[in-house]
Design a protein around this ligand. Structure first.
Ligand code: GP9
Ligand code: MN
Length: 614
């Protein structure tokens, strides 16, 4: 009788976990299914892991088995809830490398709190029910054997086989499409996905050990074919000048020129554009590493990784980053940012990339009046940075990372310059206010550069690091953009961020070529008259033959003519869906991601000189 109780409590626990997982799929994640088989896969995919986990209970000493039942159930709840929180913020699932980003957790707190709701308590209510059932069942010492484990393990494997069979019929080569976490979760289930992600982790770790110098040849060859002739008028035009890069946190291109109830959101940038080069089809290409991925793209012209932040996972690789290259030309390099230095592992990675200085939180006077959200507000940030910049030896290569316009877009009322949007989605509504605050901060900074005599001697490059409003807010965003709905095509177009390049003595011009953050390094090196160095996947934005393409980490591709996303091909100009074959060429660009990834996983740049000398 008692034996039956524990068996029953296992069945009850498994059933609760199973149903709960399905409910969470439906409520927390966006996992659309387009036919009943896909829905069936979604329903059964938690079963294999739930049953296998229950089998594990039998491997523990008898007196621990009951406790283990609810501990394992608790782990399931924690996995589901962590993914829910991460998904609310990043619209993505957790990967192993993300878990090691613990040095960011303190700062992300604010954003996470904004993503928690009272009803989240329901995520853990089942534990009480499960504890009750587990308690009622007592174990007789002789009740359970390894046989019970085996039996359950076989049932679990059977379910896994059915699950995989169905998934394969729906999605051939599922397991090679590891970049698409939504597909993996949909078809394998959250728990199996995490196990699979762990396997991937060990595979990528092994890649470095197995790499050798011939691996880099293919990449040299590929990037050589991408070399484009330089623009004779602009090549070397900024030789010996300072470079000042300003990274605008979470700033999307749609705010440029836009008004909220008659007020321009970015009055300064709108003006500044008039005497600068302005790129209005410039896309961010970041992945899970957000700001740090944009920094990586910028300084290396390599793609960030499909899983995790390369700043965290590969900070000790060999790179040929811009600061390193410029050092040989007598440049001094520095990053300015009002957050703690270890966020995104920046202190380590900047060192690797050859930065001379990192002016981080500890260099600034920060008090309760001049900080909000993640750290120092942008206006005092620029103001205080000037003290360091004006002392810096020239020429310098410097980057300023703004912070105030960060999710959840909090602001002090005294800083409000424009009205909020009125969509009833607080995140979207606050967004223009923090964007305009940063716009003003940049205006003041440019003023200070002029006052200090640095303006005329510097190329100023202002760009957005990544999107600010995630797909979760599409309904509100549609209202803001006066659209009926946001389609996958629109989602791609919303990944545009501003890019403004101000070169002393040059007139303003809007350039509509398709481009991405990967293109900035070659552009900067050509403006400085240094030319192409090392391996880079981007092409000079000013070249007549600049490659009009932007490849995203979610494997969307934008070309001159088409937008390819979510297995669908759109006409870029009109947004109309077109024949999938039209995008065949666009899809071919995706091989670049594999090449760039293998370069990083294998740490292949350490072989570069060897390969060159062969
Ligand atoms: C943190 C800041 C924000 O220092 O750069 O990072 P994000 O969350 O945008 O990656
Ligand atoms: Mn950012």
């Amino acid at each position: 009788m008692k034996e039956r109780w524990i068996r029953n409590s296992l069945v009850i626990t498994a059933t609760i976990l199973w149903i709960k997982t399905y409910v969470v799929y439906k409520l927390s994640f966006n996992l659309p299914t387009s036919n009943w088989i896909q829905e069936l896969i979604l329903i059964i995919n938690p079963l294999s892991s739930v049953i296998f986990t229950m089998a594990l209970v039998f491997l523990f000493p008898k007196k621990l088995q009951k406790r283990m039942t609810w501990i394992l159930a608790l782990i399931f709840s924690i996995v589901l809830y962590s993914n829910t929180l991460y998904y609310r913020f990043f619209n993505d699932f957790i990967t192993v490398p993300v878990l090691f980003q613990t040095n960011n957790v303190g700062d992300i707190g604010n954003s996470l709190v904004a993503q928690t709701y009272w009803y989240d308590i329901f995520f853990f209510l089942d534990i009480i029910v499960i504890s009750y059932f587990v308690k009622r069942g007592t174990l007789k010492p002789s009740s359970f054997t390894n046989k019970s484990f085996m039996k359950l393990a076989i049932i679990a494997t059977l379910f896994l086989a059915i699950n995989l069979g169905l998934a394969e019929s729906e999605r051939p080569q599922l397991l090679t499409r590891t970049f698409d976490r939504e597909l993996l979760v949909k078809n394998l289930g959250t728990y199996n996905y995490h196990v699979y992600d762990l396997l991937l982790q060990s595979k990528t770790k092994a890649q470095k050990a197995l790499a050798n110098n011939s691996d880099v040849e293919e990449i040299i060859e590929y990037t050589k074919n991408k070399d484009v002739p330089v623009n004779d008028e602009l090549y070397g035009i900024a030789e010996g000048k300072n470079i000042i890069l300003i990274s605008m946190e979470s700033t999307q291109q749609f705010v440029i020129g836009k008004e909220v109830r008659g007020k321009e959101i970015t009055p300064f940038l709108n003006d500044f554009i008039k005497d600068s080069y302005y790129f209005d089809n410039f896309y961010h290409q970041t992945g899970q590493g957000k700001t740090s991925d944009s920094e990586f793209l910028l300084d290396n012209s390599l793609y960030p990784l499909p899983r995790g932040a390369v700043f965290q996972t590969h900070p000790l690789n060999e790179y040929f980053a811009t600061p390193e290259i410029l050092k040989k030309q007598g440049y001094h390099s520095a990053v300015f940012h009002g957050n703690n230095k270890s966020f995104w592992n920046r202190d380590i990675m900047y060192n690797t990339m050859g930065y001379d200085e990192y002016i981080s939180q500890e260099y600034y006077t920060i008090n309760e009046n001049n900080q909000i959200n993640y750290g120092l507000k942008d206006r005092p940030f620029f103001k205080q940075s000037m003290d360091y910049l004006s002392e810096m030896s020239q020429p310098f290569y410097s980057r300023f990372i703004t912070l105030t316009n960060h999710h959840p877009y909090k602001y002090d009322e005294s800083d409000q310059l424009v009205p909020t949007f009125e969509t009833n989605d607080p995140i979207v509504d606050r967004y223009p206010v923090t964007v305009s605050y940063t716009d003003k901060a940049i205006k003041e900074f440019i003023g200070q550069l002029k006052a200090n005599g640095l303006y005329e001697n510097s190329v100023i490059i202002i760009y957005g690091d990544h999107y600010g409003i995630s797909e979760r807010h599409n309904d509100a965003l549609a209202q803001v953009l006066n659209k009926e709905e946001i389609t996958p095509y629109d989602n791609v177009q919303l990944q545009r961020v501003p890019l403004i390049i101000h070169i002393p003595g040059q007139k303003g011009k809007t350039i509509s070529k398709v481009s991405g953050q990967i293109d900035l390094k070659p552009t900067i090196l050509n403006l400085l008259g240094i030319g192409q160095q090392g391996i880079q996947f981007g092409t000079d934005l000013f070249s007549e033959q600049h490659k009009n393409v932007a490849i995203f980490r979610d494997r969307s591709v934008v070309t001159d003519a088409y937008v390819y996303t979510k297995d669908t091909c759109y006409d870029r100009a009109s947004g109309a869906e077109v024949n999938p074959e039209s995008c065949t060429e666009a899809q071919q660009h995706l091989q670049e991601l594999e090449l760039s990834d293998s370069l990083i996983y294998g740490d292949l740049l350490r072989f570069l000189n060897m390969a060159r000398n062969n």
